[in-house]
Write a protein of this length. Structure first.
Length: 532
């Protein structure tokens, strides 16, 4: 009889063993090249991140510093109850990962990283397909835990309403998403970790987490881990070179490799240094005698807002043109009558000055605009509350004020100190804005790459700056040609300038600062101004 075409029992056994050997070999190769959770070996900066017991942890690192890997491993350790360093909640774990966008963040980065590190036996039937629900965008585990994936592209309301044991935020999301997801942890006393490269610059994460950590004032419930790409032993020298290729800006380089926060668009006042410009003796105030004898003149500048902050500053200017900004008032959702009451009380009770002792009050020229419904302007309401504002003639070009401020921030070679200083600790919002204020940048990285740098101020958190800018436009231009403010030219300008206008006030101020050079103006010139 001819031999049957069916394989013998021995042949079938050999084939099964061979297939099993191939499968094992394939798994061993995969495990060697792309190890899963069981073989994870954290590097020197990842380990402290995993060891931390703080409720909130921020892993801030350069590109390829291992931040997303550390965050995803933490996710899987919680969901599979495999965490080697901490006790986890009883029963199934409900976890959430939040990316910046679903396609670019979740599908292209987070999901592949999860698939790489998950142990197949932890999945339902050992299968990704059986565990992944595409409609819910959720990965379910054999032990009934789950990990859902969301993004900041979704309405913030989509992040609300349910409790979670942990939330992992990968890359920078708007603050409102951070706050909403923190609320998801209240019922479970859960944890949150953030893994990011600070590509957006000095955002809320810098203000609320990184800077307090750097200064040693961060809440006890938060840990920060700053990680350099050099800390990751799995990135070769060639890989590190690729990250830095084509980057000439040292700030951009520090952000990409070391995870340093930089100011997008470039700082407007890079020379401002609190250790230099905000070191006038704490609680310094001008003496009433110096003010009333004319040795010091007091200016008040106002940037008015309601929902946005109203920022008011008091500046003392001496005969040589040195400026000390010595007091800050910074409030939102306050009526003008309350602002005015504060101004009067501060000047009378603290400074011991009368309204006539204040040389000039100035501010945003937009305060002259009348409301269509009431017919009243902000300036008029201030006037009704005995606050007179000189707003006429202030240049509309923002760069005029910026250039003036640059001039006064430079160190005067004669005195060895800047022409403009702040009293130490007296103006925290102004200090913050002077360090953070930056030029406006295009909305997307693609546009930023294709357009020249913009020379517009980024209009957010700029109220203290604006208030001071209006004041500095009244002072002499330190970088101008000396002939611009020669006595003859000043006198000519005064002839055509209405009393109390921008040119008139600036000319008076310049003449006053030239007293030491022999150009003396009669004291009567400084007593009061007329306003519309």
């Amino acid at each position: 009889m001819p031999r049957s075409s069916r394989p013998s029992r021995r042949e079938a056994h050999v084939k099964d063993v061979g297939s099993m050997a191939d499968a094992i070999s394939e798994q061993l190769i995969k495990q060697a090249t792309e190890p899963n959770l069981i073989a994870y070996d954290p590097h020197v900066k990842q380990l402290p991140f995993h060891l931390s017991k703080k409720q909130i942890r921020a892993y801030i690192g350069g590109n390829r510093s291992g931040k997303t890997t550390a965050g995803v491993v933490e996710d899987l350790w919680w969901c599979t109850k495999r965490h080697p360093h901490r006790r986890l909640p009883v029963g199934p774990v409900r976890g959430r990962v939040v990316g910046v966008s679903y396609v670019e963040g979740v599908e292209k980065i987070l999901l592949p990283e999860v698939r790489r590190w998950v142990v197949p036996s932890d999945l339902i039937n050992g299968s990704w397909e059986d565990s992944w629900d595409n409609e819910l965008r959720t990965l379910f585990f054999e032990n009934k835990s789950f990990l859902e994936f969301m993004s900041s592209e979704q309405d913030v309301e989509k992040h609300a309403g349910v409790s979670r044991h942990f939330v992992h935020i990968d890359e920078e999301v708007p603050r409102i998403y951070y706050q909403e997801n923190l609320l998801r942890l209240v019922d479970t006393e859960g944890s949150m970790w953030l893994t990011l490269t600070p590509v957006q610059g000095m955002t809320w994460i810098f203000d609320e987490i990184y800077e307090p950590w750097e200064k040693g004032t961060l809440s006890d419930g938060i840990d920060v881990f700053e990680v350099d790409v050099e800390d990751n032993p799995h990135v070769s020298a060639a890989g590190r070179a690729l990250i830095t290729q084509g980057i000439n800006d040292p700030d951009e380089l520090a952000m990409r490799t070391k995870g340093k926060f930089i100011q997008r668009g470039g700082n407007i006042f890079p020379e401002f240094d609190p250790d230099v410009h905000a070191q006038v003796e704490e609680y310094w105030r001008p003496s009433r005698m110096d003010v009333r004898t004319g040795k010091i003149k007091i200016y008040v500048s106002i940037d008015h807002g309601l929902k946005n902050a109203t920022a008011i500053y008091w500046h003392a200017v001496n005969e040589k043109g040195h400026v000390i900004t010595f007091h800050e008032y910074y409030r939102t959702n306050v009526l003008i009558k309350d602002h005015a009451e504060y101004i009067h009380n501060y000047e009378k009770e603290v400074l011991g000055l009368d309204p006539d002792d204040i040389y000039l009050r100035t501010g945003d020229p937009a305060m002259k605009q009348r409301n269509a419904e009431t017919g009243m302007s902000v300036r008029l309401v201030y006037l009704q509350n005995d606050i007179i504002l000189a707003l006429d003639g202030i240049p509309k070009d923002v760069k005029t004020g910026i250039n003036q401020m640059h001039g006064y921030l430079r160190v005067d070679p004669l005195s060895g100190r800047p022409r403009w200083q702040l009293v130490k600790g007296a103006c925290p919002n102004l200090e913050r804005e002077m360090q953070r204020l930056h030029w406006k940048v295009a909305a997307s990285a693609k546009l930023r790459d294709s357009l020249d740098p913009r020379e517009e101020v980024h209009k957010k958190d700029d109220h203290a700056f604006d208030s001071c800018r209006y004041f500095f436009t009244l002072l002499p231009n330190l970088s101008a040609d000396p002939e611009e403010f020669a006595p003859g030219r000043l006198a000519a300008e005064r002839l055509i300038a209405p009393k109390g206008s921008y040119l008139d006030t600036r000319a008076r101020m310049t003449q006053w600062t030239q007293k030491s050079e022999g150009f003396v103006v009669p004291e009567s010139e400084f007593k009061g101004l007329e306003y519309d």
